[in-house]
Design a protein around this ligand. Structure first.
Ligand code: EPZ
Length: 447
């Protein structure tokens, strides 16, 4: 159609724009590295940072209001910076005030997610729905796979088409989307994808009519996004049941919202005390978000108890192996804690088995742990781990959570462990070394 060919012409121009490096976006690999020393029993308190996987969809949601939205307890991490770069390129302004971040989306004037940035952070694909809402069109290059898996976006595209979006592919992975408005629909997700559920919600809240999302993801980050959207005037129910029902509204309003604690960062702290023993206190944490995490750590010998927003964890007895543990969608054991618990199991008495049920390639950390002397065999999508004596050495973070897992292993290994690839870790942790240091660990960031 004429509009398609016009968009194709625009799109080519837009993508040429997108692929030319945006000034200042070229990145140097950081030369920083972590230095972790074997540490005895921990003792300390840490207020857990805001959640990376909650704040990213919340930042996308700020585009739904042609005005200001303020988020509190925003973590100062690389992925937030990348999301801000994209929002700025779309025409938004932002302002930090301590941990509070205000986005002014009054003047959105672009519709292309830059290729260079989507490659750095594939979760930015959820910006398609809010950009379509504001600009009636959007362009994105399919993000490639990464170290943990292929990361397809077919469920995102299914959701958008079902809600009335026309998709056009140019040069294979270049996608042009167009919709004058969203139409409510009954969606069934073939897999409870976190990102695709967020994409559906971000489109449905302003759609004409009702939307039902069946087999929706139930992760706490979905509820955080819905809590923020309800505060903006959206009509959403069922966000912890797997069946989300949304009545589209004409417009959303300016609001403020606090980001909840990062449950994976909290699990990282549990991993530290599991390896070192001792007792730690985590504040600002909603223990109900740690469903699927607390039980395995208790099985390994940790004692965990919570009171309001404080969680205390201790390990006094021997660290025990877990015969079998599989990662699965919430409220199961989170895939983001898989590398961490593999590091802990490397010190446990006996044989443990961890099966990765979500991503097809998330065991690269095992090969780095083997360099430290960990006894791990990878068979298909299972890691078989025997407790052994680890010795500190130079290792490379293969991805965000793998980098944190190597730091946890360094706490229990003899001598000093040096972890390179700090750029991966900085994507999700404000200050991993500082956090471990506050819990009593010998950890430092070296430039
Ligand atoms: C989110 O990624 C998190 N990222 C991931 O955390 C987390 O590991 C993952 O959910 C699972 O909990 C953010 O929230 C920013 P999915 P997402 O869509 O949304 C397949 C971290 O370390 N799938 O639930 O990309 C996919 O290939 C990161 O903080 C499709 O097949 O995860 C995977 O096998 C890593 N088609 C499974 O679903 C699609 O269209 C789960 O993916 C989408 C996903």
């Amino acid at each position: 159609s004429r509009s398609m060919s016009r968009m194709r012409a625009l799109g080519k121009f837009a993508f040429r724009n997108a692929s030319t490096p945006v000034a200042g976006l070229r990145r140097r690999e950081s030369v920083a590295y972590l230095e972790i020393r074997q540490t005895g029993p921990l003792s300390g308190t840490y207020r857990v940072q805001g959640s990376k996987n909650a704040v990213l969809p919340m930042l996308a949601a700020t585009l739904l209001v042609p005005g200001k939205t303020t988020l509190h307890r925003v973590p100062k991490i690389k992925d937030v910076n990348v999301m801000l770069e994209i929002l700025h390129l779309l025409g938004c302004c932002s302002c930090w005030e301590g941990e509070a971040l205000t986005i002014d989306a009054g003047n959105v004037n672009n519709w292309v997610i830059p290729e260079e940035l989507i490659g750095q952070m594939r979760s930015s694909v959820i910006l398609l729905a809010p950009i379509l809402y504001r600009m009636k069109k959007a362009a994105v290059v399919e993000p490639g796979g990464c170290s943990i898996g292929r990361r397809p976006i077919d469920i995102h595209l299914y959701v958008l088409q079902a809600l009335g979006v026309k998709l056009h592919y140019e040069w294979e992975e270049h996608i042009f989307a167009q919709a004058d408005y969203f139409c409510g629909a009954h969606l069934f997700l073939k897999f409870p994808s976190v990102g695709a559920t967020e994409q559906a919600i971000l489109a449905a809240v302003t759609a004409n009519g009702m939307t039902v999302i069946d087999n929706a993801a139930r992760e706490p980050e979905i509820s955080e996004l819905c809590r923020m959207l309800r505060g903006m005037g959206a009509k959403i129910t069922g966000d912890q049941t797997g069946r989300i029902v949304i009545e589209g509204v004409k417009e959303l309003f300016e609001s403020t919202c606090e980001v909840g604690a990062d449950r994976i960062v909290a699990a990282t702290c549990l991993s530290a005390v599991a390896v070192c023993s001792g007792e730690i206190t985590l504040t600002g944490v909603d223990a109900s978000h740690l469903n699927g995490v607390i039980e395995p750590f208790e099985k390994m010998g940790c004692k965990i108890w919570s009171d309001k927003d404080t969680l205390t964890a201790a390990r006094m007895d021997k660290l025990m192996a877990i015969p079998y543990l599989k990662t699965s969608p919430y409220p199961g054991f989170p895939t983001d804690v898989q590398s961490l618990i593999m590091a802990v199991m490397s010190f446990a008495d006996g044989q443990s088995v961890v099966e990765e049920g979500i991503f097809e390639g998330r065991f690269r950390t095992a090969y780095q742990l083997q360099k430290m002397g960990a006894a791990i065999i990878i068979e298909n999508n299972q890691a078989i781990i025997w407790g052994s004596h680890l010795i500190g050495t130079k290792v490379e973070a293969p991805d965000l959570r793998g980098g944190a897992a190597l730091a946890i292993a360094g706490l229990g290994a003899d001598g000093v462990t040096t972890i390179f690839g700090y750029d991966h870790i900085a994507r999700g942790y404000e200050d991993l070394a500082g956090m471990l240091f506050m819990l009593g660990a010998q950890a430092a960031l070296r430039e």
